[in-house]
Design a protein around this ligand. Structure first.
Ligand SMILES: *Cc1c(COP(=O)(O)O)cnc(C)c1O
Length: 377
C-alpha cells in the first residue's frame, strides 16, 4: 500500500487573510448580501473591463437569470453542448425552453462550430457555448454565427474565469457571460456565480430576478412587478471571492506550469488523448485525458485510488441521462460526446500541487495502464 498522502483531483487554496476576513464579516453583524458583495461586484466589474457584473449564489442561477433576461421561454430552442455539467442544459428546461444539442469537436471537446448552423431552426433563440476545462470556444467564429442568425449568446464560462481570447479577458466582451465560483472552480466563494450583462439589458431587472422581484423606494416603499427567485450571494461568500481574486494571476500561472509539466511527463505511448495545449488563452481549469478504448475507466480510477490519487469524471454525455432520453435523445446521436464522455478522466490539477505531484500522477497512470493491459504489476 502507498503511504503517500491522498492527492485529490482538485482542492481550493484559501489564504489566512481571507479566513481572517471571513471571521471579521461574521463578527460585523452583517453576514448576508451587503458591503462585501458590493466590493466583490466592483472588483469583478474591473476584471471585466468595466462591464456590469452581478453576483449570484450559484453559476446555475446566473445562467437561468441570463435566459430570463434574454426573454427566452416556452417555444424557444437553445443550442448547447451535451458534454458539460448538466446545469448547462437543465437551466434551458427550467425556463420552459427546449435544449438542442450539437456534438463536440474531438480535439477541443467544445461545441463543434462547424455543426451549429445545421441545428438552427426558426425557433432557435440562443447559443450556450461551454469552455470545457477553461479552453475558450473560438469567440470570433461563435459571434459570427450568432450575428448572422441574430441569436443571443450566453457564454457558460463557469470554468473559464481568468481565461482569455486573443488577449482579451473572457467576460470583458461578448453578450451574456456566466461564471461559477463553486469550490472546484479556479476561484471560489464556496458556492456562487457572477453574470456579466450586455449593455441592452436592464441591471435593475437583473437584480429583481435575483431577489423575489423586490423593488424598494424611500424609507418604507416596496413593490414587486416580476417573479424573482432567491439567488443572492452572501457577504461571507463574497469576502472569500475578494480574497481569491488577489491570487487569480498566480493561480492561473501555477495551473499553466503544472499543465506544461503534464505535457512533458505524460507517456504518449500509452495511447491516451491529451487536451489541446493552449497556455495563452486557457486558464487550465482541468487536465483531462481520454483513455484508450481497451481501458475501462472505472477500473483505472479504482487502481489510481489505491495509489492515493483521485480521478474525476467531467462529464458523462448529458443527452444519455434519463431526463434527456425522455425528451427524445438517445445513443448514437452525438458520437464524439459519447466516446469522450465514456472515457474522459480528470487528473489532479490545482495551484497547491507540485511538479513532483504531476510526475507521480504520470507514473501511476503509466504503471496502471500497463498493468491493466498485461494483467501483471
Ligand atoms: C460548475 C458549472 C456550472 C454550474 O455552476 P454552479 O455554481 O455549480 O451552479 C455550469 N456549467 C459548467 C460548465 C460548470 O462547470
Amino acid at each position: 500500500m502507498s503511504t503517500q498522502p491522498f492527492l485529490p483531483f482538485t482542492r481550493p487554496s484559501i489564504d489566512e487573510d481571507t479566513i481572517a476576513g471571513v471571521a471579521a464579516v461574521l463578527r460585523s453583524g452583517w453576514i448576508t448580501t451587503g458591503p462585501q458583495v458590493q466590493a466583490f461586484e466592483a472588483a469583478l466589474t474591473a476584471h471585466c473591463g468595466g462591464r456590469s457584473v452581478r453576483t449570484f449564489n450559484s453559476g446555475t442561477a446566473t445562467m437561468e437569470i441570463a435566459l430570463r433576461l434574454a426573454g427566452i421561454g416556452p417555444g424557444d430552442e437553445v443550442i448547447t453542448t451535451p458534454l458539460s455539467w448538466v446545469a448547462t442544459a437543465n437551466v434551458v428546461i427550467e425556463v420552459g425552453a427546449t435544449p438542442v444539442f450539437v456534438d463536440v469537436d474531438a480535439a477541443t471537446r467544445n461545441i463543434d462550430l462547424n455543426l451549429i448552423e445545421r441545428a438552427i431552426t426558426p425557433r432557435t433563440r440562443a447559443l450556450i457555448p461551454v469552455d470545457l476545462a477553461g479552453l475558450p470556444v473560438d469567440r470570433d467564429r461563435l459571434y459570427a454565427i450568432a450575428g448572422k442568425h441574430r441569436l443571443r449568446v450566453i457564454e457558460d464560462a463557469a470554468q473559464a474565469f481568468g481565461a482569455s481570447w486573443r488577449g482579451r479577458a473572457i467576460g470583458s466582451f461578448g453578450d451574456f457571460v456566466s461564471f461559477s465560483f463553486h469550490a472546484n472552480k479556479n476561484i471560489t466563494t464556496t458556492e456562487g456565480g457572477a453574470l456579466v450583462l450586455p449593455p441592452d439589458i436592464d441591471v435593475a431587472l437583473c437584480e429583481r430576478y435575483r431577489l423575489q422581484g423586490v423593488m424598494r423606494s424611500g424609507y418604507d416603499g416596496m413593490d414587486v412587478d416580476v417573479l424573482g427567485g432567491k439567488f443572492n450571494l452572501t457577504d461571507v461568500a463574497a469576502r472569500i471571492g475578494i480574497g481569491q481574486l488577489h491570487h487569480l494571476e498566480e493561480f492561473t500561472e501555477k495551473r499553466r506550469n503544472l499543465t506544461r509539466h503534464y505535457f512533458n511527463c505524460f507517456d504518449l505511448d500509452l495511447g491516451c488523448e491529451l487536451p489541446v495545449l493552449d497556455l495563452e488563452n486557457s486558464n487550465c481549469h482541468m487536465f483531462q485525458i481520454v483513455l484508450p478504448r481497451d481501458i475501462v475507466r472505472a477500473d483505472y480510477m479504482a487502481h489510481m485510488k489505491q495509489r492515493q490519487i483521485g480521478i474525476g469524471v467531467h462529464y458523462p454525455a448529458m443527452h444519455l441521462f434519463t431526463l434527456y432520453r425522455k425528451r427524445g435523445f438517445g445513443p448514437g446521436m452525438f458520437p464524439q460526446t459519447e466516446r469522450i464522455g465514456a472515457s474522459i478522466a480528470t487528473l489532479p490539477l490545482f495551484p497547491a500541487m507540485t511538479l513532483g505531484d504531476v510526475e507521480r500522477v504520470c507514473e501511476a497512470t503509466a504503471d496502471t495502464i500497463r498493468t491493466m493491459r498485461t494483467g501483471q504489476p
